[in-house]
Ligand binder design. Sequence first.
Ligand code: ZN
Length: 396
Amino acid sequence: MNRVIIFDTTLRDGEQTPGVALTVEQKVDLAHRLAALGVDVIEAGFPITSPGEFEAVRRIAETVEGPTIAALARTHPADIERAWEAVKGARLPRIHVFVSTSAIHMERMLRSTPDEVLRMVEQSVADARARCADVEFSAQDATRTDINFLIEVVQAAVEAGATTINLPDTVGFATPWSYAAMFEAVMAAVPPERGVIYSAHTHDDLGLAVANSLAAVRAGARQVECTINGIGERAGNCSLEEVVMALKVRADQFGVQTGIDTRAIGPVSEAVSRATGVVVPPNKAVVGANAFAHESGIHQDGVLKDPSTYEIMRPEQVGRGSSLLVLGKHSGRHAFRSRLAQLGFNLPEPALREAFNRFKALADRRETVDDETIARIAREVMDHGEGAARSAAHGG
Ligand SMILES: [Zn+2]
């Protein structure tokens, strides 16, 4: 079992991003893109919540081929029935049942005793299993749940037929080592011959969502629940592109694989940003505008000589075109000359020095200097130069 199942919940938890609501058409379109990306499971929605939500899940189940299509349900029979009605048209349907197991959620939200919650788990998982061979159970707020009670709940869910056990850090409270220890304790209490898949589901309230999911994988989890661009409730979910690239770039640390075609990451990230209206921050890992941009002269010189001097992955590997050398006040001559050559200018030494000085003077006053301005400087230097400057070029 060195394969990690990538469970994408962009269309369910991701859609719970404040201010985001996708139409049925948008959800179906994104589901096709997620399938092409190679995710193993698409959590398409929470069918009981609205007729539109039900319709989106049903259409995804009926039209998207490849991944397992999951629908979320509380432990109520009506939720499970609705979830099943929505996903039963899929070639690989999954019902995902959840209930809270932490003391604070059971007392304040569910107003139920631990024994009552245990009965809900048994009944709902059995109910889902009577309809669908693939049933995932989630112990909501697992990371704030008493570990002995959590073990009882998981044992009950497995006994009732759950095939995947998800232990969510619903409120983004875990640390990597506490999250790993929880998985180890739960896994040790269930006989391995049951063949249960353990799943991580993390939130980024402390900026630890990806680190926590990676720690769970090290502890033996073989499913990670994540979203494109890390969108989701509050500070968001574990970001798919980050967790996938961490598993790939640092394969030496994990020894596992995913089925993701990483070259599709960039385009899917853009499609999700467009559909949701949630802008990707420029410094976001893997998919941010600056993730492969270099401004410092020392870094630019290194990247021009060999990209691996400052890049641990290639932009092409994640569908991001090529590295970007941003010309600004920190940039050096090597990058400047290289950009001039790209723009079609081959200035001899005195003209190059003159152009570089003009560029630096300008860069001191602006954040970055764009290609158009660089071309203008080159033309001016050539026109007003001593005639020594000649363009070898097509551009400008
Ligand atoms: Zn969540």
